[in-house]
Design a protein. Sequence first.
Length: 265
Amino acid sequence: MDAISYRQSWQQQLPPGQFRHLFDHLPGTLFFAKDREGRLMAGNPAFVSRCGFRTEDQMIGVTDERIFPPRLAAKYRRDDEKVIESGRPMLGMVELFPNSEGRPEWYVTDKLPLFSLGGKVCGVCGTVRSLEAQRAAILPYLELANVAEHLKQHFREKLDVPKLAAMAGLSIRQFERKFRTTFQTTPREYLMRMRVIEACELLGRTNLPVTEVALEAGFYDHSDFARHFRRQMGQSATTYRRERRRNAAADRLAESQIIGLNQPK
């Protein structure tokens, strides 16, 4: 059985709508689905609560006009109709949406068409995420963005923590604490990961001996490389190279089979 057929067989085993439960556990994300007439058909707990209901069942069949201020409801409906009529998504819309206290706040909305088994648009689904919450979440990364970019560009060089701290405008102690809190690792471990990523690319793309791969990726000797590679990847560099090439060959074979099936008889 080829990969496409196997996927279809696997999908047929899943109960309808099972993937939507993922949205019940995404922090800061509201999820909804509506029919063509704009009646709400589904929503995750965060969306249900934001709309003033206790359960999803209470919300079913309700339209935006009964929940949101007239101007906002009219805007949401116009966007829904555009998605339904065009059959194309509308992504990254920055618009006003009531926050948890009911006051309008800037949110990012993505809307996608829903298709019936017959291929016709039967509704729209989407997500709503707080723009301010997103900014707050990524702010620590933005504050260390120049440091992270420097490490990506200069991962072969010796780690210089005082220099990195100066780049961030922090003391060494403040920098190390902030870096660990933001990236859940130390600057040294982050650097080692960059080197392992480069090694993985070289192992898959070139025929360089493993020792040369280690040196090219910034490791000082083979034993140091072997230790870090196994810790990050869970296998040796030789095994990784062999498996990656075997998988690449299998992908090429599957692709050629798909092309062959699509060729006119």
